[in-house]
Design a protein around this ligand. Sequence first.
Ligand SMILES: [Zn+2]
Ligand SMILES: [Zn+2]
Ligand SMILES: [Zn+2]
Length: 274
Amino acid sequence: MAGDNELVLHVLGTAAAWPFPRVGCACPMCAEALRDDRLRRARSALLVERRGSEELVLVDAGNDIHWQLLQAGENVHRRLAALVLTHPHSDHYLGLDDLARALKDVREVLLPFYLQDDNLPVVERTFSYLLPSREGARPWEKPRFEPRAIRLEEPFDVAGIRFTPINTFHTDTFTTCAFRIEANGRAAVYAPDCARIESETAMDADLLVIDATELDDATESHLSIPTALETARRLRARRTILTHIGHHQISCADRDARLAGQATVATDGLVLEV
Ligand SMILES: [Zn+2]
Ligand SMILES: [Zn+2]
Ligand SMILES: [Zn+2]
C-alpha cells in the first residue's frame, strides 16, 4: 500500500559518466533514446524524502543538476536539508556551482554537505570558493556549503532519515560510498558506483538501487548486469533496480531479456516508494 511507505526515492538521473543518447552514436540504445525522450539519461543523482516531511536530501550533484532540479519540481531547491556525496568523480559533483546558484536566494545558512574526509580535497580544488575556506573566492561570492565529515559504517541522521556509508571499492583515489537509507523501519541501499559490496550493512534492504554500468563483464570499478544481479541475490534485496547505466549498445527489449525479471532498469524521473 503506497500510503504506508515511509521513504520515497526520486531518481533524478541514471547515466554513468556520459549521458544518453551519445553524440553521433547510432547503436540501438542511443537510437532509441534519440527517438524517445523518456529513454534519455542524465548523470546519476537521487533525492530522498521521508513521507510527511518537507525536507529533502540530495545525494550527488553532477553536471546535470540544474535541469534535474527544475524537472523535480518548483520548490525542490527550497526544501533541501542537506547534500550527501557518494564520491567526487565529475559526474557526481561538478554541478556544485549550479546548485549554489539555485540556493543563493532561498537559504541564509550554509547547506550541510556530508562527505568523506578524503573526498574534500578534490571538491576544494574545484569549488573552494563555495566552501567556508573561501580560497580564491571573489568578493561577491559567498560560501554555500558546510562540509561535514562522514565515516564508513557510522550512521548519521538528516531530516529524520538515517544514512549509513558503505564502502564500494570503486577507486583507489578516494573512498566511495553507497548508503543504507532508513526511515521508520524502511530501508533502501543506493550504490551507483560500485565494484563490490562486502558490508553486512547492505543486507536485507527493501530496495536496492545498484550500479549496472557494464553490460556483461564487470571492471575494476563497476558492476555489470550479471554481477549486479548476483550482488542483489547475495544481499537478499527484496527489490532491485539498476542504475548508473553505461553504454550497453543494445535495445531496451534485449536488455530486459537479460534481467529475467530479477530487476528493472531505472529511468530518469523514476519515483520509488520504499
Ligand atoms: Zn559515476
Ligand atoms: Zn550508443
Ligand atoms: Zn565514479
